[in-house]
Design a protein around this ligand. Structure first.
Ligand code: PBG
Length: 324
C-alpha cells in the first residue's frame, strides 16, 4: 500500500496553521465605499434593489461619512444624482452642483476620509448616456471636454482624487492636462480603465437614475468577450497618466484583474458592482447562502486575483468586522 508523501492537508489541520500559511488577507484598508448623494435635506432613502444601501442628501451623507470613517474605511467614492438633467449634463461641472457640495461637506466633517469622485455624465444627462450625444451617437471628443471640466470642478471642490468612469478615449490625458493647468498636479486619477458593458450594473442604474433612454453602452464600454483588449485599455490610461487602474466589474473579471496586476506597477482597484453585491444580499435574505461569508470570500478572491483595493457597497459592514 502506498501513501502520499505530500500531504497538503497537514497545513490545513488547525486554525493556527491556516492563519500562518494564508497567502492573501483582507483588511479594512483595502475597502472603499460608494455613496449616492441626492438633493434635499434630511434624506436617507433606501434603494430597493440594493439592500442596506441608501441615497443621502448632503447633510446626511456627512453623518454617513463620519460613521464609515469611524469604522476604519479609508475612503469613499461619490456619485451625484441631480434634480435637473439636460442633454449636455450641465449639472456635472457646476461649482455648486450636488457632488461638489457633498465633497466640501465631507472634507469638513470627516477630514480623515479620502474623498474620491466618480467623473461621468450619465447621472446628469437626460438621455442617460455617459457623454454628449449627436443623433444616436455618443461623440468622443466633445464628451472628453465636458468630462475634463467636470473633473476640474471636483478638484476645486476639494476632491482628494477623481475617477473617470465614462470609457471615452483619451479622457485620462485630457483630465490630467486640465488638472495640471489649474494647479491640481497633485490630484491623482483613479481610472475605470477596463470597464465592461455589464448586466451587473442593473441595480446601480436604478439607484443613480442613469439608465440610457435609447440604445445601450456597448458603443463605449468593453465587450465581456475581450481580454487582450483590456490590456490596451489599461495601457492607454497608464500612459496617459492614470495613477490607479481599475477593473470593473470584479468577480466575473478576475482574469482581467490578474492581467492588470501582472502588467502594470501601479495600484490596481476593482469594483465589486451593484449586481454582484445585490445577488449576495438577495440570496442571503432568502436564507440560501451565508451572506457574510460569501461577501468576505468574494472580497478575498478579488484581492487574490491581484487587486490592491476594492470598491464595495459592503465596505462599512466588512470594516466593522475586519482589522486594519
Ligand atoms: C457610470 C457608472 C456606472 C457604475 C459606476 N459608474 C454605471 C454604468 O456604467 O452604467 C456602476 C456601478 C455599479 O453597478 O455598482 N457613471
Amino acid at each position: 500500500m502506498s501513501f502520499p508523501r505530500d500531504r497538503l492537508r497537514r497545513l490545513r489541520g488547525s486554525g493556527k496553521l491556516r492563519r500562518l500559511v494564508a497567502e492573501t488577507s483582507l483588511s479594512r484598508d483595502d475597502l472603499l465605499l460608494p455613496l449616492f448623494v441626492v438633493e434635499g435635506s434630511g434624506t436617507r432613502e433606501p434603494i430597493a434593489s440594493m439592500p442596506g444601501v441608501h441615497r443621502f442628501s448632503v447633510d446626511q451623507v456627512v453623518d454617513e461619512a463620519k460613521r464609515v470613517a469611524d469604522l476604519g474605511v479609508p475612503g469613499v467614492m461619490l456619485f451625484g444624482i441631480p434634480e435637473a438633467k439636460d442633454a449636455r449634463g450641465s449639472g456635472a461641472d457646476q461649482s455648486d452642483g450636488i457632488v461638489q457640495r457633498a465633497v466640501s461637506a465631507i472634507r469638513e466633517g470627516a477630514p480623515e476620509l479620502c474623498v474620491i469622485t466618480d467623473v461621468c455624465l450619465c447621472e446628469y444627462t437626460d438621455h442617460g448616456h455617459c457623454g454628449i450625444v449627436e443623433g444616436e451617437e455618443v461623440v468622443n471628443d466633445a464628451s472628453v471636454e465636458r468630462l475634463a471640466l467636470t473633473a476640474l470642478s471636483h478638484a476645486r471642490a476639494g476632491a482628494d482624487m477623481v475617477a473617470p468612469s465614462d470609457m471615452m478615449d483619451g479622457r485620462v490625458g485630457a483630465i490630467r492636462a486640465v488638472l495640471d493647468e489649474h494647479g491640481f498636479e497633485n490630484i491623482p486619477i483613479l481610472s475605470y480603465a477596463a470597464k465592461y458593458a455589464s448586466a451587473f450594473y442593473g441595480p446601480f442604474r436604478d439607484a443613480a437614475e442613469s439608465t440610457p433612454q435609447f440604445g445601450d453602452r456597448r458603443g463605449y464600454q468593453m465587450d465581456p468577450a475581450n481580454r487582450r483588449e483590456a490590456l490596451r485599455e489599461l495601457r492607454a490610461d497608464f500612459e496617459e497618466g492614470a495613477d490607479i487602474l481599475m477593473v470593473k466589474p470584479a468577480l466575473a473579471y478576475l482574469d482581467i484583474i490578474a492581467d492588470a496586476r501582472r502588467n502594470f506597477d501601479v495600484p490596481i482597484a476593482a469594483y465589486h458592482v451593484s449586481g454582484e453585491y445585490s445577488m449576495i444580499m438577495a440570496a442571503a435574505e432568502r436564507g440560501w447562502i451565508d451572506g457574510e461569508r460569501a461577501m468576505l470570500e468574494a472580497m478575498l478572491s478579488i484581492k487574490r486575483a491581484g487587486a490592491d483595493m476594492i470598491l464595495t457597497y459592503a465596505a462599512a459592514d466588512l470594516a466593522a468586522r475586519l482589522e486594519s
